[in-house]
Ligand binder design. Structure first.
Ligand code: PGA
Length: 250
């Protein structure tokens, strides 16, 4: 019932030319993919170019961030409407790197999720606890606040346009993946939160991706868990061969 999604977060990597080359390779290899959604998130400056390469293919485009306003005096920012205009279907909000490096709060992230949905795009909301929060038993409280505050004002109907990405901060870029059981446990908890905030149908229909050192050699075990509906992939999404293997999880 939940179509799996594999999303590649390219972060601050690749020139326009390199981005277009990788996108072209993915399109060639993944042209017939139907049973899973494939999404790539290049840097802003590569979005329009990559959109041209993936046109008429199953590969979809995401932005890594947005600013929650339509237009106006917001120097250096990019709106959801403009991201839609260049061909994005999704926008990622709340990535832990932005929470940590740029001090983004749940409230600001909530505005982005809302603006994304209002622009007619899908929102990928990232949440996840730090190692310190896990070790001091604050994980469930942190996840609860991130979900409740991140989804404030989002209706049950709008939840059809929301994908959650659970990314434990200690697993991002470290090579240390959450075990299948740790990830499943967190995903089941998050689905329970959605059931409490909305109702069962919403909780069952919402996709929850896992992120944090997803690689070709661990994706199958993660995807075998009942509440893991896909992956948000950083490092391993930068190499066509690795990302394609992850998309082809068994
Ligand atoms: P990683 O990044 O796969 O390199 O750990 C995941 C992410 O930050 O989305």
């Amino acid at each position: 019932m939940r179509k799996p999604m594999i999303a590649g977060n390219w972060k601050l990597h690749k020139t326009l030319k390199e981005s277009c080359q990788l996108a072209t390779e993915l399109v060639q290899q993944l042209a017939t993919i139907e049973d899973r959604e494939v999404v790539i998130a290049p840097v802003f400056t590569s979005l329009a170019g990559v959109a041209g390469e993936i046109a008429n293919s199953p590969v979809q485009l995401a932005a890594q961030n947005c600013y929650p306003a339509e237009t106006g005096a917001f120097t250096g920012e990019v709106s959801p409407a403009l991201l839609k205009d260049v061909g994005c279907q999704y926008i990622i909000s709340g990535h832990s790197e932005r929470r940590q490096l740029l001090n983004e709060t749940n409230q600001f992230i909530n505005q982005k999720v809302s603006a994304t949905i209002n622009a007619g795009l899908g929102a990928i909301l990232c949440i996840g606890e730090t190692l310190q929060e896990r070790e001091t038993h604050q994980m469930l409280e942190v996840l609860t606040n991130q979900i409740k505050e991140g989804l404030a004002g989002i209706t049950a109907e709008q939840m059809a346009d929301v994908v959650i990405a659970y990314e434990p901060v200690w697993a991002i870029g470290t090579g240390v993946t959450a075990s299948d059981e740790q990830a499943q446990e967190a995903h089941a908890f998050i689905r329970g939160l959605l059931q409490g905030l909305y109702y069962q149908e919403v909780a069952e229909a919402t996709r929850i991706l896992y992120g944090g050192s997803v690689k070709p050699n661990n994706v199958d075990g993660l995807m075998a868990q009942s509440d893991i509906d896909g992956a948000l992939v950083g490092g391993a999404s930068l190499k066509a061969e690795d990302f394609i293997r992850i998309v082809r999880f068994e």
